[in-house]
Design a protein around this ligand. Structure first.
Ligand code: GTP
Ligand code: MG
Length: 368
């Protein structure tokens, strides 16, 4: 035991409940060792096994059947007559022990039936109208496509959706009906717009989005990031009816990017400005949080982990704080992107969110 021990390097780990956690280290010299969790010494027994080789150089800590209580900072402390050294790493458990929101994974047909039979609560309105806004590439157009896929029971050739990242793929203001399997239109429509960008003179302008909320933009208008639609333009509808106005604003945010968008970023500021305008107009606001499969490996593996995943809840909390939308108005969804067949779980999250926003919008219409 004559050499100074070098500091152990341990890797941070994210584990699923029930998995085994293991840290190993081979020292450069014979040393004494102890393992600690959050400053407390660990001992052999129960789910914990501590191994040390006869030459005092190999050390392994194993914890079987990971539980939430195993989260924390683990340290391996080494010492000999020459010196001491230590190294640490953290363990994160990816899931809660119980789902914090419930979903009826077998409820798709009932939701579709209820939505087919829905009547707007105001006789002057033919369709409930939703406006989608959010950053470029967030998945706005994909939300419309996914809802259509869920009703039609097949994947559509997706002309609406971007195939390359960068500038907004959607440039023209358009109303998209949702069609049932037999081609019949459902009683709600989605207005898709150009994505928002951080730079002042790029992406859909806040003024244009507010005009859309008020029903002032006609079909076919091409967004111009540097000049908002003016009243004299042929695409400006001076006297919109209640049917032309937006009944619910849907912010679309990618779950895997929300933590990167800081409070002062152009997109967040623009989205908050639109939200404030919607508030003044008493238009309801909800969030569809997309790309959940890119945010959490557990969810990528199985969408049914959506409400036990800590990463998803954290991303939803970020959305809530950054956009000022309460948690119960945020719906995590996975859009159809690479799939070539419809999938019950993808449909389920989309339909669950749709059902609730249709309910909100219809209640709003009944109250004005
Ligand atoms: N993995 C995954 N990919 C998604 C999801 N939603 C959208 N995408 C992909 O993200 C890319 C952008 O999607 P779009 O729907 O075009 O996004 P957008 O918000 O309409 O974008 P712009 O019109 O350009 O502003 C496409 O390649 C989609 O297939 C999702 O939930 N998961
Ligand atoms: Mg688009």
């Amino acid at each position: 035991m004559g050499t100074t021990p070098s500091a152990p390097t341990l890797q941070d780990q994210c584990v699923k409940r029930g998995q085994s956690i293991q840290f190993s280290w081979r020292a450069n010299t014979g040393v004494y060792a102890k393992w600690m969790k959050d400053g407390k010494t660990l001992v052999n027994g129960g789910r914990i096994s501590i191994y040390q080789s006869e030459d005092y150089m190999d050390f392994t800590l194993t914890i079987r059947d990971a539980k939430n209580e195993d989260e924390g900072k683990y340290t391996l402390e080494l010492w000999n007559s020459k010196d001491r050294a230590s190294g640490s790493a953290t363990i994160k458990v990816l899931e809660y022990d119980v789902d914090w929101r419930t979903v009826n994974w077998k409820g798709n047909e009932n939701i579709k039936k209820a939505l087919r039979e829905l009547h707007p609560s105001n006789p002057n309105v033919k369709h409930l109208r939703f406006l989608l806004h959010g950053p470029v590439g967030a998945g706005k157009s994909s939300v419309i496509n996914s809802i259509n896929c869920a009703f039609q029971g097949r994947i559509n050739v997706n002309a609406l959706v971007a195939t390359t990242a960068g500038k907004s793929y959607t440039k023209v203001y358009k109303t998209h009906p949702i069609k049932d399997k037999d081609g019949k239109e459902l009683p709600f429509v989605f207005n898709d717009i150009m994505g928002q960008e951080n730079e002042e003179s790029a992406g859909a302008s806040t003024a244009d989005i507010i005009s859309a909320l008020n029903g002032h933009i006609r079909e076919g208008y091409t967004f111009n990031p540097v000049s908002a639609l003016s009243e004299s333009d042929k695409y400006y509808n001076i006297s919109p009816s209640l049917n032309d106005k937006i009944h619910c604003l849907v912010s679309v945010i990618p779950a895997d990017k929300i933590s990167l968008l800081d409070d002062t970023s152009g997109v967040i500021v623009k989205m908050r400005d639109v939200r404030e305008a919607a508030n003044d107009l008493e238009i309801l606001q909800v969030v569809f949080m997309t790309h959940v499969d890119k945010c959490c490996p557990l969810v990528k593996e199985d969408l049914k982990h959506i409400y036990s995943s800590k990463k998803i809840k954290q991303a939803m909390e970020h959305c809530s704080i950054k956009l000022g939308v309460p948690m119960n108005c945020i719906f995590p969804v996975k859009n159809y992107s690479e799939e070539n067949r419809v999938n019950e779980e993808i449909d389920c999250l989309i339909l669950d969110g749709l059902n609730q926003i249709v309910d909100f919008a219809n209640y709003y219409l009944g109250s004005i």
